[in-house]
Design a binder for this molecule. Sequence first.
Ligand code: HEM
Length: 240
Amino acid sequence: MKVIHPVTGVERDLEIPGGGRGYTRPASLVSLWSTAPFLQNNAVGTFYPSGSVEDRMKSFQDSIEQMLLLKERARDPVLAARGVNAGLIDRTTQRCSIRVAPGYVPNFVEGLGDLLFPSVFSDDGGVEIGPIPPDTPVGLLASLNIRPEGLGFWERIQYDWKLLGLVKEIKQKLKALPPNATDEDAKRVFTPLADSLLALSKCPDYVVNRGHYFGTGQFGDESRLSEQDKRDLIEFLKTF
Ligand code: HEM
């Protein structure tokens, strides 16, 4: 499949590896009208949260129109500013940091991680990374592959070494920022690290609202419905 670099917007091919953890069970399509926005991550469609039937129907109408591409799906404004037309990418909205509590930090390098990379760990054994600038793709950190599966003993040690080295580099570079650093300064430091984070990502596809183009005739779908068919289908979906 094609994926977009979340910083540069450059498109590249990604081969999806087999042998994952299992399967995602799709949400039931029964009473579809009541459960918009759509897809597992609720990323397709606008959510009107009041809970009234009117708002449920408004959420449904907007979401199903986006699913069937009667209406364009939301776009990433950061890449749009660079002239790249990509779907929505979850990004930080303000300067922040991420803290992993000690109990959730894996046992890196067979338990020697904190001895070999002391600057990565806080005094309590946790890990804190920041300041992360606004507009950073959340997935760059959230999809970091901390524990790849299926690695042998030495491969795991090599992987941990690479990962801890990267976290160390990120921490050092962010720490070197002066206390009065602007968001732009933080972005200048963080942006060049994107490729290293991408290289260790378990899901380097950061667009959250794409896929499922059935009936649209686009992106490989061969069963294009007419606009009238789509409108009729939407009316039918309201009935069950
Ligand atoms: C025009 C015909 C179709 C319509 C109107 C339709 C509608 C939908 C809707 C609205 C959802 C979101 C459900 C939710 O989030 O609660 C959904 C999910 C899904 N549909 Fe369809 N669908 C159609 C065709 C298909 C076909 C042909 C397949 C399989 C070949 C399929 C497979 C799936 C899967 C796997 C999901 C879950 C995807 C995810 O959440 O990421 N659908 N469908």
